[in-house]
Design a binder for this molecule. Structure first.
Ligand SMILES: Cc1cc2nc3c(=O)[nH]c(=O)nc-3n(C[C@H](O)[C@H](O)[C@H](O)COP(=O)(O)OP(=O)(O)OC[C@H]3O[C@@H](n4cnc5c(N)ncnc54)[C@H](O)[C@@H]3O)c2cc1C
Ligand code: SF4
Length: 473
């Protein structure tokens, strides 16, 4: 345990943001790290509980009390080794994870959990700065070869684990660069893409081969991949967006969030935006439909592009500002969450449903007809209202993986929600040699869950190919 009386003496302090008026002028990260001394103080607040609920709250089971203790004692290098023993990419989660660990922290009963995510990020950033993170190529090759479709966090974690176990690994990605939603969905202001590039370099040095601009099922057949490799992993994400089929849906100016966000990420990294028409919020009244992470990212991007106004609509009622600890802790509570993008100037409306998009007379959207709904989503008579909009972004989540050439040609079985069916022990589909993990298996989720599933799939494959495995579960 760090400092025995730490939690009594030291207040919770977390990273701050650069002021909104400054940060909306650019697309760079704006989180200001704590000093080394302040981070060690925060680690000293960990009580090393007999039952570490935080450890259980973390989907990759980061050994949180252990690395807190190491940070408190300034043994940063050992803390990095400890952290990497459970998480391949702590710099992703240290920036992007919603931190269910902090909801589970015993000190959260008092609303002052240990700043676990900040400490995690400080450990890995320091490790990179000091050159402690190096490629770890396998000592010998097993002679087996594995193909992985998709280079999001699930595919990357699976690839790194398998390469370190000595397998030849080939990652196939339809986009120009690896990273999945980390690169093309999540805006640079939440995570700059240099973090992905650095990991990809590390993985190439560990023997992973990336085949970008290759769409499996179109540019290469699944039959060929199955013939050339000993196992095939489907880590293609959950890319079918939820639609809003109301009158006016086809008007110009009504787009899926994932038609809008990747364009800006590509502009930032000087990649061509593709054949799609440019979608820009500059000088427009923007309405974002959907209240989750994707909706938040649309707000932050629209504000940076110079939107005149941004309104976010959520069909659910406004959740309470504070949860009932006795009912919720140590589980993830439903409560009002205000993201950095919300703080940058969006109006939020809850319990609102969109009935229709109105035409400006030239085939483009000019407004939304909305209605307030009750807690059963039934429209409240007389509560209709109109909202001006030149750009509408649909950010209502993703329903399932796209059932495209790849999945159809394989003939994989789906679960009731349309995800590729596999259990969380073997991660194996109904098709011989074919495994699946991440959002493609579990439906839209979180980076930390994708990393967990990628790691566990690697273990399942190593066990199947070798009869035994040293990879952690
Ligand atoms: C806008 C947005 C913001 C988000 N923000 C957060 C956040 O802040 N924190 C968080 O924890 N989670 C966030 N999420 C969720 C998180 O990004 C996903 O849960 C996670 O990326 C899933 O990882 P994955 O590897 O399973 O799939 P993905 O990241 O979706 O990667 C799948 C990859 O497979 C490729 N692919 C698919 N089919 C083929 C094919 N046939 N051939 C070749 N390649 C193919 C795709 O191009 C893609 O690169 C966000 C999601 C979105 C959309
Ligand atoms: S990965 Fe997420 S849940 Fe796990 S320790 Fe980091 S912030 Fe917490």
């Amino acid at each position: 345990m760090g400092k025995v009386t730490g939690f009594l003496e030291i207040d919770r302090r977390d990273r701050r943001y650069a002021p909104a008026s400054d940060r909306v002028r650019h697309y760079k990260e704006f989180v200001i790290p704590l000093s080394e001394e302040a981070t060690r103080d925060q680690a000293a607040r960990c009580m090393d509980c007999g039952i570490p609920y935080c450890h259980n709250g973390c989907p990759v089971n980061n050994q949180i009390p252990d690395f807190n203790d190491l940070v408190y004692h300034a043994d940063w290098q050992e803390a990095s080794i400890n952290l990497h023993s459970t998480n391949n990419f702590p710099e992703f989660t240290g920036r992007l994870c919603p931190a269910p660990c902090e909801a589970s922290c015993t000190l959260n009963i008092e609303d002052t959990p240990v700043t676990i995510k900040t400490i995690e990020c400080a450990i890995v950033d320091r490790a990179w700065d000091n050159g402690w993170i190096k490629p770890q190529p396998a000592a010998r090759s097993t002679g087996n070869s594995v193909a992985i479709v998709g280079s999001g966090p699930a595919g990357l974690a699976c690839a790194q684990q398998l390469a370190r176990a000595g397998h030849e690994v080939h990652v196939y990605e339809k986009n120009a660069k690896p990273g999945g939603l980390l690169r093309y969905g999540i805006p640079d202001f939440k995570m700059e893409k240099r973090h992905i590039d650095r990991r990809v370099e590390q993985m190439i040095a560990e023997g992973v081969t990336f085949h970008c601009n290759v769409k499996v099922g179109v540019d290469v057949t699944t039959d060929k991949l199955l013939a050339d490799h000993d196992a095939l992993v489907l880590a293609g994400g959950s890319e079918q967006p939820r639609d809003l089929p109301v009158p006016g849906r086809d008007l110009r100016g009504v787009h899926y969030a994932m038609d809008f966000l990747p364009q800006q990420n590509r502009r930032v990294s000087h990649e061509p935006i593709g054949t799609n028409e440019p979608i820009l919020a500059s000088g427009k009244h923007v309405v974002v439909i959907g209240g989750g992470d994707t909706g938040s990212d649309c707000i932050g991007t629209s504000v940076r592009q110079g939107a005149l106004s941004v309104t976010q609509l959520e069909i659910m009622p406004q959740p309470p500002v504070k949860e009932n600890k006795l009912l919720n802790w140590p589980d993830w509570p439903l409560k009002l969450r205000t993201s950095s993008s919300h703080e940058e100037g969006a109006t939020r409306e809850f319990a609102v449903s969109t009935v229709e998009f109105a035409d400006n007379g030239a085939g483009a959207v000019k407004s939304l007809r909305c209605v307030h709904v009750d807690d059963k989503f039934k429209p409240i008579p007389g509560s209709e209202f109109d909202l001006k909009a030149d750009l509408v972004l649909l950010a209502m989540g993703f329903v399932q993986p796209v059932h495209d050439e790849m999945l159809n040609s394989l003939g994989v079985e789906y679960d009731a929600r349309g995800n590729v069916k596999a259990d969380t022990r073997h991660y194996k589909s109904n098709v011989d040699k074919v495994y699946t993990c991440g959002d493609m298996r579990r439906g839209q989720s979180l980076i930390v869950w994708a990393i967990r599933e990628g790691r566990q799939t690697a273990r399942a494959i190593d066990l199947d190919l070798m009869g035994t495995t040293d990879l952690p579960s």
